[in-house]
Design a protein around this ligand. Structure first.
Ligand code: GAL
Length: 427
């Protein structure tokens, strides 16, 4: 290259760099004021992940004052009620946590209170970076995309401590039938709670794993499309099995948070717990346990090869007080950088495929395993975490499970579930 050409190139590079830096800094300087972020991440790995995001965002946008409005309560039990009344009262936060799928679409999008975010996806090239299936879960029929996913969580995970199982002489059950007929009696005889279960929403969480284990992914998915008849013998068998599984759990369920239930496994009071992989965040961040030693995992019984998914996303409500800051936050949240900050603490997988999932320093053995399953398994959606059946169905189903937990009446539970399904989804 001639000297002139070289210097011309150098100059061009310098100009481009200056322009780039200038546009970045003008961009960041333009954004200021309060930014209220609404979620239900108040403790442990979840809060650590959110706080790490907020810290990095603060470096990028120093003039924005983040207000972290998290409302305690696993799976958003309290946050969602607060959010509803704020939205109805015309007082939306700037951005809020919402699950991909039915929870986003059938409530907020259907009510016309979310802004489409296609412009961010186009500008950031995210239609290439996010899995198609995930994008379709957060889009309407016209192709408007309504939120930014920060992760992929797995619901159907069974957690245990290998040394404890060895001591009690049991192995991880491959099916619920094995759990009920072999594992559970052996553990009861050893005076150990076979399965630690917590408050109401964690029971629905367990129910969906039992349903998937009994039905398999195709028939489970059919529960939400009408292809699987809620009145069928196979659904009877889901409730029967669920009843038998509950009988192998602690009786003080309703007083326990998900963390309490997970803790019982670590303490050696219980052998197993079925919980989403935010439990990995809890074990890794709160308890500093070593994966594979301090805690271990397996697909919940009968669900090997199936991934019961959910995704935490953030959206932009119409009328967000600081729309500009919210857009900056969403742009950041969806970036590979943000996803690599958040997910190793949260226990979830990055949703953005440009993230550094192969980096085993960041993503340990648990994540590697989950990622293999995410990319090879049959994917189905979680009821307890908004991917399918949100709103009226979920509320009604929660009541059915509450009654079932006390009376164990399979026929009654199934009959009311059939009625509920027809009411919400029937012609
Ligand atoms: C889920 C949420 C997870 C985690 C969990 C426990 O609904 O998607 O991110 O927060 O609840 O609270």
């Amino acid at each position: 290259m001639s000297n002139r050409k070289f210097y011309a190139l150098l100059l061009l590079t310098a100009v481009l760099l200056t322009l780039g830096i200038a546009s970045l800094s003008v961009h960041a300087q333009d954004v200021s004021g309060d930014l209220e972020i609404f979620s239900w991440w108040v403790g442990g790995g979840e809060a650590a992940g959110l706080e790490a995001l907020i810290a990095r965002f603060g470096e990028l946008y120093p003039d924005v004052n983040v207000i972290n409005s998290a409302v305690a309560g696993g799976s958003g039990v309290n946050a969602q009620a607060v959010l509803s009344s704020r939205m109805q009262g015309g007082d939306p936060p700037d951005t809020f946590q919402v699950h991909a799928g039915s929870e986003l679409n059938d409530t907020w999008v259907a009510a016309g209170v979310m802004e489409p975010l296609n412009f961010i996806y186009e500008e950031e090239g995210w239609t290439e970076s996010y899995p198609e299936g995930l994008i379709s879960l957060i889009s309407d029929a016209e192709g408007n995309i309504y939120s930014v996913p920060v992760n992929i969580h797995r619901s159907n995970v069974m957690w245990y401590v290998p040394a404890n199982l060895e001591q009690w002489g049991v192995t991880v059950p491959a099916t619920w039938e094995e759990f009920v007929t072999t594992t559970c009696p052996a553990l009861l005889a050893a005076d150990v709670t076979p399965l630690a279960v917590g408050q109401a929403w964690t029971q629905m969480h367990l129910w969906e794993s039992v349903a998937l284990g009994v039905l398999g992914p195709e028939a489970y998915a059919g529960l939400w499309t009408g292809d699987t008849d809620w009145a069928s013998a196979e659904v009877t068998s889901v409730f029967e099995t669920y009843g038998q599984v509950l009988a192998c759990s602690n009786s003080d369920r309703d007083g326990l948070s998900w963390q309490d239930a997970s803790q019982r496994v670590i303490n050696g009071e219980a052998a197993f717990n079925v919980m989403g992989d935010w439990a990995a965040g809890y074990f890794l961040v709160d308890l500093a346990l070593e994966p594979g030693v301090g805690f271990a995992w397996s697909a919940s019984p009968g669900t090997e090869g199936a991934f019961l998914m959910l995704s935490d996303t953030f959206g932009l409500p119409v009328g967000a007080p600081n729309r500009e800051a919210a857009v900056a936050w969403l742009r950041f949240l969806g970036s590979a950088e943000a996803q690599d900050i958040f997910n190793p603490l949260k226990g979830s997988l990055p949703a953005n495929t440009d993230a550094d999932i192969e980096n085993t320093e960041l993503y340990n053995a648990y994540f590697q395993d989950a990622y293999t399953d995410w990319t090879t398994n049959a994917i189905v959606g979680s009821l307890a975490h908004g991917a399918v059946g949100y709103g009226e169905f979920k509320d009604g189903f929660s009541n059915i499970l509450a009654v079932f937990a006390t009376d164990g009446d399979v026929a009654a539970a199934q009959a009311i579930a059939v009625e509920l399904w027809n009411e919400v989804y029937g012609e």
